[in-house]
Design a protein around this ligand. Structure first.
Ligand code: ADP
Length: 394
């Protein structure tokens, strides 16, 4: 009987799942899908690895399916799907592991309690990540569940890189730079030796450019610092998030504009970034296709922020051997990669334009001092690998 691992990634309005089979070698993706719009107009879809729809369901009218209802549907669907397989475990993406969770862990009720304490550090994500864990502990207590954290990969950051210029008491209370997108960076670090063994043993900056975006400085496969900090808003301009702001801007909004904390949160998380600057869209494809000067400004600022942060991360590394593009924009937009590489010419990046346009993995010219790569990320596979590894140890 084939072993199966389910990976869940629960957000505020959707639960995504992937189903992997373990036949001994690398885990094989069998299908993936999601229940989306779980508080508005719920819709479930599951697709095979090749992209064919395997199952689909809509709930009519405005149904409050919620996380529990969505998970119950997934359990029902997977039970049928896995009738002749053995479900060995469920891996979860959890945004925050704080200081203690430096590795993925098997969760029980006690672990959930510890992870709930981190909700104030990631109020927009952590509660949603924990909802399916709690439900599954209740509905299927015998199925091992493994939590994998977006912060863990960055726990190797030196103390100095984690420190804000704030009083000790706040630092001790956990107000420090954590870094996120760790599962994506860990995956890239794990495959990097196959692409460029020398750079993998040296200094690489990975650019994870999706709706959320960050960059990570990696030395010999270990994170040494990244552009995201205490929360997932720091650093680069993103789809709807502002990225780094002078903290004085927040004080101005509070004191002079009379915005309360909720309104500021909405502004900097949902109404800023590419969307806020362009006034058109958070979607890079739409901005690249637009003739509007505001779309151009948003793209210019996006690339300028990357240029500045790349210099900063290269300085933290003390040099640079490779850069890697990943995430929806990094993997798919030759135009953005071209601009970033041209901006990084001073660091020794020389682009191979035709390789970049053709979507090759290696996009740097043969003599380039710093190599440049496009490597699709695979956070789900990383979670499935962790889940298998931990289950083998049990
Ligand atoms: P998430 O962070 O939600 O997982 P993705 O990694 O899927 O998001 O990235 C979404 C972003 O990728 C969007 O801005 C989308 O416009 C962009 N994107 C996807 N395909 C392309 C493309 N061919 N050219 C430019 N941008 C693209």
């Amino acid at each position: 009987m084939v072993d199966a691992i389910v990976v869940l990634n629960a957000g505020s309005s959707s639960i995504k799942f992937s189903l992997f089979f373990d036949r001994g070698g690398e885990l094989e993706l069998d299908m993936r899908g999601q229940v989306e719009g779980i508080y508005t107009t719920p819709h479930f879809i599951a697709k095979s690895r090749e992209g064919t729809t395997v199952s689909e369901k809509s709930w009519s009218g405005a149904t409050q399916l919620g996380h529990d209802g969505a998970l119950d549907h997934l359990i029902w669907f997977l039970r049928t799907e896995l009738a002749d397989k053995r479900l060995v475990g469920v891996g979860h993406r959890v945004v925050h592991g704080g200081l203690d969770f430096t590795q993925p862990v098997r969760v029980d009720a006690g672990t959930v309690q510890s992870l709930e304490k981190l909700v104030p550090l990631a109020p927009l994500h952590q509660p949603h990540n924990l909802a399916p864990i709690r439900r599954l502990l209740d509905r299927a207590p015998d199925v091992p569940q493994i939590a994998c954290f977006d912060t863990s990969f960055h726990r190797t950051n030196p103390e100095l890189a984690q420190r804000f210029g704030l009083p000790e008491e706040l630092h001790a209370a956990g107000v420090r730079r954590y870094g996120f997108h760790g599962l994506s960076y860990e995956y890239i670090a794990s495959v990097m030796p196959q692409f460029d063994a020398q750079a993998a043993a040296g200094r690489t900056v990975v650019l994870h450019l999706g709706n959320g975006a960050s960059m990570c400085a990696i030395e010999a496969s270990r994170s040494i610092t990244s552009t995201m900090g205490f929360t997932a808003i720091d650093g680069l301009l993103m789809g709807t998030r502002s990225g780094a702001l002078d903290p004085g801007v927040i004080l101005y909004l509070l004191n002079q504009r009379g915005l309360d904390a909720r309104a500021i949160e909405k502004l900097i998380y949902n109404e800023s970034g590419l969307l806020g600057v362009s006034g058109i869209s958070s979607d890079m494809r739409m901005l690249l296709a637009s003739e509007d000067a505001r779309a151009k400004l948003a793209i210019d600022l996006y690339c300028y922020r990357i240029r500045r942060e790349l210099g900063s991360l290269a300085a933290a590394l003390g040099g640079l051997d490779a850069i890697v593009f990943t995430g929806g924009i990094g993997e798919n937009s030759a135009a953005i990669r071209e601009r970033v590489c041209h901006d990084a010419a001073w660091l020794g990046v020389e682009l191979d334009q035709s390789a970049n346009a053709a979507g090759s993995s290696c996009i740097s010219a043969p003599g380039s001092r710093v190599s440049a790569w496009t490597i699709p990320t695979n956070e789900e596979l990383m979670i499935a690998r962790h889940t298998r590894r931990i289950l083998e140890r049990l």
